[in-house]
Ligand binder design. Sequence first.
Ligand code: FNR
Length: 363
Amino acid sequence: MTSRLFDPIRIGEVELPNRLAVAPMCQYSASDGSANDWHLQHLSQLAYSGAGLVMVEATAVERRGRITHGCVGLYTDENEAALRRVLDAARRLGGATRFGVQLAHAGRKASSRKPWDGGAALTEGEDPWQTVSSSAVAFGEDWHVPHALTKEEIAQTVAAFVQAAHRAVRAGFEVIEIHSAHGYLMHEFLSPLVNARKDEYGGSFENRIRFPLEVIRAVRAAVPSHVAVGLRVSATDWVEGGWDLTQTIAYVREAKKLGIAYVCASSGGIRAHVMPPVAPGFQVDFAAEIKASTGVVTRAVGLITDPKQAEQILEEGRADMIALGRAFLDDPRWGWHAADVLGAKTHFPPQYHMARGSNWRKF
Ligand code: FNR
């Protein structure tokens, strides 16, 4: 029996041992952007998950681009050394698994509490900071009103992405994913629901994609060709008159010309209190449309929890890769169990061989 999920795949110049990825997931546990022992154990166990690619959480390219005080960053030498230590350990331990990092800027959704503290905007006494966005429009009631970036500040933000990309390469990442989804800074330029600018960064579609494309172009140009640069998109705002699949496809086409190696199709996040129609595989149609229309290697994500479901999406050609988030937090060996179900082989450490397959009964 052959399994599509456990077939190798190439993204850019990076060979991945299979098509299964761990989605980027914030841990809200860093100190001023620096990863620590929490991240070391978290990423090391995911190195043993059976996934071919583990994406490190949204990592802020500047201090004010963190979502919370606990978000990882790559904006200081200390941040770089800390992430390098964690990555070195996870890679040393982790067999064939490859690691990528998601570079991000939280825009107007920055300066907020950790989810387990409620996730609301920080208030006085909690060390809040001035947020930034395409326009001075708050995310929702009781959220900070962001400062609208000037053109000079836009250029500085592009430079911050480039700096962080250099740091990511020095730390040893083979994949860099640019986060233009979920209502964070890049998405705040893309979406007409937020971007009310009157200059060349707002208004028309061409103007709204200008800053995100500047980031993609600059990051791709800054890193060596052996590092794959991918893109995460929200394929829709789930709001009438907002960012939608048609615009997403046109945006991905432009990003493809700039050399992105893959796109991950997520959705939503632009406005507080908008509820997507969440159901198993609810974003897979977006991946399928993007893949069919652009030919870019496409990763599907969102409530994919069952190995056969993942396999079927690939078999039907609706995506090239599958990412899972919460299922890997719940079961960091999800990939081993999926391989068992699909009759495939995956890497596991020899120390654990007594727990696997026919070895189970030999004790
Ligand atoms: C996320 N998600 C997310 N997305 C992203 O692009 N960058 C990030 O850092 C995070 N952080 C994050 C933290 C936690 C705790 C969760 C649960 C989710 C979204 C995530 O990558 C994924 O798209 C969703 O969780 C949907 O996939 P699952 O969980 O249904 O497989």
